[in-house]
Ligand binder design. Structure first.
Ligand code: S6P
Ligand code: ZN
Length: 185
């Protein structure tokens, strides 16, 4: 049998690790999240180099290719700024009609979503949870546990990211710790 066309895949997804030559890693430290948390005093009392989250992603095609897909794993560390859990920046997709799947791999957290009218709702994330984020819906994740939260994401290549709107107006609600329980307030 001629096996010359049988090759190793360019990507291995094992445990919660994404391994491959074309995997890119982005790092977000507290200093990259200025203005995201409501307790500015608590924020400025923390070392700005603390790791908040990392994203490993694989983009098989050239950015913007219509119909292409991206794959990423986010590693969101456990921590709080005052009473607010560590969260990702959050974004709308620049192309409003582009949806996305998230799924929980390790740890526990909450996926927070918001529509254009600023209505906010949330879903619990845990190993095995699967989340569909429709087009036009802003999304961000909070780590509500005391260990690393890792989750997967798959989104269209041409979705693009609009961080601006969230950076300026935030979400309509925040996820705060109230006596050890996460509350959307
Ligand atoms: C991309 C997808 C995720 C996030 C990641 C970090 O569309 O939603 O890979 O990029 O969770 O969040 P953020 O808001 O900093 O991009
Ligand atoms: Zn997204």
């Amino acid at each position: 049998m001629n096996t010359s066309h049988i090759i190793f895949p360019p990507l291995i997804f094992s445990n919660d690790n994404l391994i491959g030559e074309k995997v890119e890693k982005a790092t977000r430290r507290l200093k990259d999240l200025k203005g995201i948390f409501h307790d500015e005093e608590a924020f400025s009392s923390m070392p700005e180099d603390i790791l908040a989250y990392e994203v490993s992603s694989f983009s098989p095609e050239k950015e913007g290719t219509p119909g292409g897909l991206c794959f990423g794993i986010t590693y969101l560390y456990s921590g709080k700024v005052g009473d607010e859990y560590f969260i990702t920046k959050g974004h709308f997709h620049a192309q409003v009609g582009r949806a996305e799947f998230y799924w929980g791999i390790k740890g526990e957290g909450i996926l927070i979503m918001m529509d254009k009218s600023r209505k906010v709702w949330a879903e619990r994330m845990f190993p095995g949870s699967l989340h569909y984020i429709p087009g036009g819906i802003a999304h961000r994740v909070a780590n509500t546990g005391n260990q690393l939260l890792s989750f997967g994401a798959c989104w269209p290549f041409d979705a693009g990211h609009n961080y601006e709107e969230i950076a300026v107006n935030g979400f309509g609600k925040r996820l705060l710790d109230r006596n050890g329980t996460p509350n959307l307030i």
